[in-house]
Design a protein around this ligand. Structure first.
Ligand code: DQA
Length: 144
């Protein structure tokens, strides 16, 4: 079974209500459903987790080794702060694509830096929820 891990960090459980002018009106549940349905047509299973806790996200990344073809990760604000998440990503061989709904480069300067991007396969920003689907496409194409 080919699997992808869809991981969302802090405050992304509030999507739909949270600053819709920035993040859009889609709920996390509907985004997860969309990626899951899309991947299913290519015989992929998507496992999804959301956590507001850095340590829990680290545990999930550590446990991903050997289980997934790729990790689609929106780390939320931890993107800009977390050396621990960066070290977790560096510790596994599963490739990670960093996804942001908003165009972080058009926002406050503290959002312009990603601690994680240098150890990720790539980064998708500012394309809304389609970004998650694009990341899935990259992993599925690579493993086709
Ligand atoms: C975000 C961008 C981050 O700067 C912010 O802290 C988030 C969401 C995005 O998807 O655009 O929580 O990751």
């Amino acid at each position: 079974m080919k699997r992808l891990l869809l991981l969302n960090g802090p405050n992304l459980n509030l999507l739909g209500n949270r600053e819709p002018q920035v993040y859009g009106s889609a709920t996390l549940e509907s985004i997860v459903q969309d990626v899951t349905n899309f991947a299913k047509t290519f015989d992929y299973v998507v496992e999804d987790y959301q956590s507001n806790h850095e340590g829990e996200l680290i545990d999930l990344i550590q446990q991903a080794e050997g289980k997934y073809r790729g990790i689609i990760f929106n780390p939320g604000a931890y993107t800009h702060t977390s050396i621990a998440l960066r070290d977790a990503i560096s510790s596994i061989s599963v490739p990670v694509i960093e996804v942001h709904l908003s165009n972080v480069h058009r926002r406050e300067s503290f959002r312009h830096t990603s601690m994680l991007a240098p150890v990720c396969k790539g980064q998708i920003v500012g394309l809304g929820s389609i970004g998650y689907r694009l990341a899935a496409t990259v992993f599925m194409e690579e493993n086709a």
